[in-house]
Write a protein that binds this ligand. Structure first.
Ligand code: UD1
Ligand code: CA
Length: 454
């Protein structure tokens, strides 16, 4: 039977106290509901139906590229009502898996196990035993230990409230049965809502068995209702990423002080110091060393690269044994060849820096190509922008740019050319030439500085 996933994400999330719909709050840099849609995709769902209501427009707009059908639930009349908005489009022959948009960490193997329990005569509920079950629906079992119903906290009696096995909300059932039961739900309960959980009682009275499965860890079914829970899930997630990195051969100065918001691919014998953040797709080669407080986003860093503290790298490619930082900023379109050096307070953008070339201090290079073994002196600026257009600067192999030079683009500096310190270069400098463009020094004898009148 085909699998179709229904994700419930229409609730308001009042306790987040936020203008942002709850399911758009990020965990590891990705909206909560995006995690859930990814999980559904990983299960090879034939269709994913995401039920939205509060902030629907915003959710849909931000996540429009995701492989889901959006279903509107105008009024949040309960979880049963929410599922019923999606089921008309569900194929009768499918199995339906219900997930929550605010429960981001359910694992595919757990859900696969749950789904394996479903057939024409049996539905399955994911349950968990909690030391403190307050707030959750309780699983009612008969003398033979079979599940017979779920009773919500607000509808439960004192005896039922003692039950520690709770409903995670995640369940799976044949679409044909769900479609039979959903119209039979009533809102005749403490919250005046159409409870999805009432299908359990209907199943039992129809002679359909209810199986239960429990996840490996309670984190998998932990929901996000407030920012404290969000931070707990974030830390749990980051801890597991850190453990995986260490298992893969990366040394972390402190596994509690690294955040990965995306995919970090690593070689061996990498060292990462404290407080580094990785975003998007980042690849690190063997023996890369990263100092404290670096932010690295969408970058490919080759083997033996040394990145010193407080460096920012965004959308860049870094060649073997290059040296970056401290306090360097590589902006999008930067490429460093092998052994290139970008030092402190240097900003690069759309720039290629050839093998062995050095841009060591206090420099801006943008829209620039630098050959091999060139030396760019401190305070060099490529003037690449006239307020409207951007222009290119080309610097040849072995060129030497004296300190505090302005290279007014478009301009090219030839192979092995030299630019005198303090020059404002507006015309090309040829191969092996010296370009100097600055006021000539005059020394005036006996110069008297102004004095203050008393
Ligand atoms: C639900 C379960 C409860 C379970 C708990 C686990 C029911 C009746 N109760 O309770 O047994 O222990 O989850 O967390 O199902 N939603 C909609 N539309 C609605 C109502 C809810 O999309 O009309 C969404 C919410 O956004 C949320 C999810 O469904 O993501 C669960 O809703 P919530 O109100 O939090 O359910 P609980 O009362 O916690
Ligand atoms: Ca809830």
């Amino acid at each position: 039977m085909k699998l179709e996933v229904v994700i419930l994400a229409a609730g308001q999330g009042t306790r987040m106290r936020s203008a942002l719909p709850k399911v758009l709050h990020p965990l590891a840099g990705k909206p909560l509901v995006h995690h859930v849609i990814d999980t559904a995709s990983a299960l090879n769902a034939a269709a994913i139906h995401t039920v939205i209501g509060h902030g629907a427009e915003q959710v849909q707009k931000q996540l429009q590229q995701l492989p889901t059908r959006w279903v509107m639930q105008e009024k949040q009349l309960g979880t049963g009502h929410a599922v019923a908005q999606a089921t008309p489009a569900v194929n009768d022959d499918s199995i339906v898996l219900v997930l929550y948009g605010d429960v981001p960490l359910a694992q595919t193997d757990t859900l696969q196990k749950l789904l394996s329990l479903v057939n024409e005569e049996q539905i399955a509920v994911l349950t968990v035993d909690l030391p403190d079950p307050t707030g959750y629906g309780r699983m009612l079992r008969d003398d033979a230990n079979s599940i017979v119903a779920i009773v919500e906290q607000k509808d439960a009696n004192a005896e039922q409230l003692k039950i520690r096995e709770v409903n995670t909300g995640i369940l799976a059932a044949p679409a044909k049965l769900l479609k039979q039961w959903l119209p039979q739900l009533s809102a005749n309960n403490a919250q005046g809502e159409y409870y999805l959980t009432d299908i359990i009682g209907l199943a039992v009275s129809n002679g359909i068995k209810v199986a239960a499965h429990q996840p490996q860890s309670h984190w998998e079914v932990q929901g996000v209702n407030n920012r404290l829970q969000l931070s707990e899930l974030e830390r749990h997630f980051q801890r597991s990423v850190a453990e995986k990195l260490m298992t893969d051969g990366v040394t972390l100065a402190d596994p509690a002080r690294i955040d990965v918001r995306g995919t970090l691919t690593t070689g061996r014998d990498i060292f990462i110091d404290v407080n580094c953040v990785f975003e998007g797709n980042v690849e690190l080669g063997d023996n890369v060393r990263i100092g404290p407080n670096c932010v690295i986003k969408n970058a490919k860093i080759a083997a033996n690269v040394d990145i010193e503290s407080h460096s920012l790298i965004d959308d860049a490619i870094v060649g073997v044994a290059a040296h970056i930082g401290p306090f360097a900023r590589l902006r999008p379109g930067t490429e460093l060849a092998a052994n290139a050096k970008v030092g402190n307070f240097v900003e690069t953008k759309k720039t290629y820096i050839g093998a062995g070339s050095k841009v060591n201090h206090l420099t801006y290079v943008g829209d620039c190509t630098i050959g091999v073994n060139a030396n760019i002196g401190a305070g060099t600026i490529t003037c690449n922008y006239d307020g409207v257009n951007k222009f290119k600067t080309v610097i040849g192999d072995g060129a030497f740019i004296g300190s505090n030079s302005s290279l007014v683009a478009p301009v090219s500096i030839g192979k092995n050319a030299t630019v005198g310190a303090g020059s404002t270069i507006t015309g090309n400098v040829g191969e092996e030439q010296l370009g100097v463009a600055r006021g000539k020094q005059r020394n005036i004898d006996g110069w008297k500085r102004p004095t203050k009148k008393s």
